[in-house]
Write a protein that binds this ligand. Structure first.
Ligand code: SF4
Ligand code: SF4
Length: 371
């Protein structure tokens, strides 16, 4: 198995070669199951969940794609799979993964803690977990469709925070949707009041997108752009600079500068690197450009589980060109936005700087309390 140092060097090498374009994506988003304990109104996965591929097939997926250096496992909720630890072990064994991250709804605190402890026993250099929390208890339980959902998620967050280390980071993740976007700043303040000990900068934000093939949700679930833009502009001043390395702070700041740009114009702020730097695979091992674009490509079973072979096909090449030209639904979700930034650093830095200037010079957006 590859050493930690070598995984790190290869990851930086991936980022460097991505600046000039590359043959095979280094970032995989893989939905291991649709199963989930929550019953969210903005998601239909739980209504007809697909259990996901069997472990033998998942072994073949990772064995056929040793070039992967960043793996996002998602769901549903990944810990609904009893073999989740075996999935991660297969990823570490067969690929040169340097960073692995996954979100969880945190509804099984003991199970999540056990999974994280098992993953940390593997020679994986970096693990990042996000526990989803969409508001204070009463609102969160309503949005998640489960009484006690907030308390269980809070307990999971507390257990995981006790395990934080140089290799392991955990965040709370708040997704803004049309159901909690009336007063974003007040929502964040109220949520943090119920998460004692969690610093503001450890609460990450996401913006619900319309993802018909993934969440199978409605276009009406996305939040009000103007409210979120106004909130994000002010929020930057409320947060203390956190202790992460400079590169991570720069990446996060760039992502949010460009998110303001996206929320303003509804157009992705950079040529998208989906299918060149990143790729999305659903529970039945069907390849897509991303979570947002309902554009199915090959099933991995048809190409010996090789992403490289899947992406060499003419339909995938055409889709990659379309993504780059933004002939797609357009989005700015972290799963694809971070690889997009990382694979064109000079352009991203210039675009973020321009966006910062434009927003500094624009009229203030009024605080909106409706909804
Ligand atoms: S949005 Fe997430 S937590 Fe809610 S039902 Fe869907 S997968 Fe589960
Ligand atoms: S910009 Fe287009 S191709 Fe890229 S992630 Fe968004 S929807 Fe997918």
């Amino acid at each position: 198995m590859m050493s930690t140092k070598m995984r790190q060097l290869r990851f930086w090498g991936d980022l460097a070669s991505a600046q000039w374009g590359r043959a095979a994506p280094f970032k995989l988003t893989y939905i291991v199951t649709d199963e989930c304990s929550c019953r969210c109104a903005i998601c239909s996965l739980w209504q007809q969940p697909r259990p996901g591929a069997v472990i033998d097939e998942i072994e073949r997926l990772f064995a056929a794609n040793p070039q992967l250096s960043w793996i996002n496992l998602s769901g549903g909720d990944v810990v609904e799979r009893a073999d989740f630890e075996a999935i991660v072990a297969a990823a570490v064994r067969h690929t040169r993964v340097f960073v692995l991250d996954f979100p969880t709804a945190g509804q099984h605190p003991e199970r999540v803690e056990a999974a994280v402890r098992a993953v940390l026993a593997l020679p994986l250099p970096r693990l990042v977990v996000t526990v989803s929390i969409d508001g204070p208890p009463e609102l969160h339980d309503r949005l998640r469709g489960r009484d006690g959902a907030f308390e269980r998620a809070r307990e999971t967050l507390t257990r995981l925070r006790a395990l934080r280390s140089a290799r392991f980071e955990v965040f709370a993740g708040l997704t803004f949707s049309s159901r909690n976007d009336a007063r974003p700043a007040a929502l964040v303040d109220a949520t943090l009041e119920h998460l004692p000990g969690v610093p503001r900068e450890h609460l990450h934000f996401n913006v619900a997108h319309h993802a018909p093939h993934y969440y199978r949700n409605r276009a009406g679930d996305v939040p009000d752009r103007q409210r979120i833009t106004a909130f994000l502009r002010d929020e930057a001043h409320r947060r203390r600079s956190h202790a992460s390395p400079f590169a991570l702070r720069w990446l996060e700041a760039t992502y949010w500068q460009l998110a303001l740009d996206y929320l303003d114009r509804g157009i992705s702020p950079l040529p998208c690197s989906a299918l060149r730097s990143s790729v999305f695979v659903d529970p039945e091992l069907r390849v897509y450009p991303c979570a947002t674009w309902d554009h199915p490509l090959a099933r991995l079973q048809q190409v010996d589980y090789s992403l490289t072979r899947a992406l060499e096909r003419p339909d995938a090449r055409a889709a990659a060109a379309d993504a780059r030209a933004l002939r797609c639904p357009n989005c700015w979700t972290p799963c694809e936005a971070f690889p997009t930034i990382l694979s064109q650093l000079p352009r991203a830095a210039a675009r973020a700087s321009r966006a910062r200037d434009e927003h500094a010079n624009s009229d203030p957006v009024p605080d909106v309390h409706g909804g």
